[in-house]
Design a binder for this molecule. Structure first.
Ligand code: ADP
Length: 193
């Protein structure tokens, strides 16, 4: 199995690039944000609980997200690998993911971090706020809260993977295709070795 994590702040382009990567590499896309939005759309108890956190710009509790990832994993036993997008977002999630991978006799191969200027992030999120229809995108205060949560809870995950020598920083500025080109050449280099 070849498992990748795509990492970066809200607005860094994880969702957009993930769709292209899974197509290029034949991986299964696991976006916790998408899974949570699906639960909300279906008005499940999990979805209703998650919505109360998401609409404040907070993270959904670790045990909820980890349980969801675990079931998704089990539902895709034949996958040749996964692309994790928006997960892990806390140290507890990163550790739980390592355990889960070990149980399935696999591991995270690489973590790709998309680097984007603060100014560009804000520009993209303002635009997304007008077009995505997502309740957590439309409000500037929620946006600000999400960036704050990213810095305090999610950035330590990058240090965790740096220590494991798995983190690679990639330039996330430029056109969608330029960025995708950089991601592909990195993956191709790593998988040809
Ligand atoms: P973005 O692409 O803007 O970073 P996502 O679509 O990944 O956002 O997630 C939207 C919201 O869903 C997050 O702000 C958070 O509240 C919740 N969420 C998504 N993934 C996780 C996770 N792994 N742990 C906790 N909360 C999560």
């Amino acid at each position: 199995m070849y498992n990748l994590v795509l990492f970066g702040p809200p607005g860094s382009g994880k969702g957009t690039q993930s769709e292209k990567i899974v197509e290029h590499c034949g991986l299964v896309h696991l976006s916790t944000g998408n899974l949570l939005r699906e639960e909300i759309k279906n008005k499940t108890p999990l979805g209703m609980e998650a919505k109360s956190f998401i609409d404040k710009g907070h993270l959904v509790p670790d045990e909820v997200v980890i349980g969801m990832v675990d079931s998704y994993f089990d539902a895709h036993k034949d996958a040749k690998g996964f692309l994790f997008d928006g997960f892990p977002r806390t140290l507890a999630q990163a550790k739980a993911l390592d355990k889960l991978m070990a149980l399935k006799k696999t591991a995270i191969a690489q973590v790709l971090m998309l680097d984007v200027d603060q100014e560009e992030l804000i520009k993209r999120l303002v635009h997304r706020g007008k077009t995505s229809g997502r309740s957590d995108d439309a409000d500037e205060n929620i946006q600000r809260k999400r960036q704050e949560v990213y810095r305090s809870e999610t950035l330590p995950v990058a240090d965790y993977y740096t220590k494991e020598k798995k983190l690679a920083n990639l330039d996330g500025m430029g056109s969608i295709d330029e960025i995708f080109g950089r991601i592909c050449s990195y993956i191709d280099k790593k998988t040809k070795k």
